[in-house]
Design a protein around this ligand. Structure first.
Ligand code: ACO
Length: 152
């Protein structure tokens, strides 16, 4: 957690009742469009890897992981409400996700991030990810992604 900041809540598994809040966070934080049915499909595919941050009032962040191969995990979607960023919620969610992935026998983790998303790239580098390559025209608006990777 960043010095001087404080937060109050805990990480737990996603529940269906969180769906609308998760959709709101996605709309405000991520540039791609995702449907609620896709989000629920991702949950059903690997429920333990869909983790939310609950501050007792509401959910203020989430992370969704998936299995990319027998040994590799992937972070698919990850966001924290804008007004609460920089207070350690993202690090807590990522740590829980890595624990789930390690517990499932995965040994590496990959993700894609927009090349202009400086906050997220800095966050991932601080948390041990490295840029492996650039994926040209990766997003629907044809902007590029970095492929980032970490051994866990
Ligand atoms: N915003 C972000 N980070 C800040 C801010 C701020 N206003 N102020 C300070 N920071 C610093 C923190 O101090 C911390 O650094 P530290 O580890 O040295 O203390 C770091 O930046 C952020 O760490 P956390 O607080 O743990 O992370 P946060 O809760 O901000 O979540 C996240 C990180 C999820 C990337 C968040 O920035 C976010 O939601 N971004 C918008 C959505 C996004 O880009 N998601 C990732 C897309 S890629 C994908 O999904 C695979």
């Amino acid at each position: 957690m960043a010095a001087g900041n404080s937060f109050f809540g805990y990480a737990r598994g996603f529940e269906i009742r969180d769906s609308e809040t998760i959709m709101d966070i996605i709309k405000c934080s991520l540039s791609e469009y995702y449907t609620k049915s896709l989000i629920l499909d991702l949950y059903r595919a690997w429920p333990q890897a869909f983790i939310v941050y609950d501050n007792f009032d509401s959910v203020s962040g989430f992370i969704i992981g998936a299995k990319y191969s027998g040994t590799e995990g992937r972070i698919l979607l990850f966001a924290v409400k804008k007004e609460l960023r920089g207070s350690g919620i993202g690090k807590m969610l990522l740590t829980q996700e890595l624990n789930v992935m390690m517990g499932s026998g995965l040994s590496t983790i990959r993700l894609e991030v927009r090349t202009d998303n400086e906050d997220a790239i800095r966050f991932y580098k601080k948390n041990g990810f490295s840029i492996i390559s650039t994926l040209k025209n990766y997003y629907s608006d044809l902007s590029d992604a970095y492929l980032m990777w970490k051994i866990i």
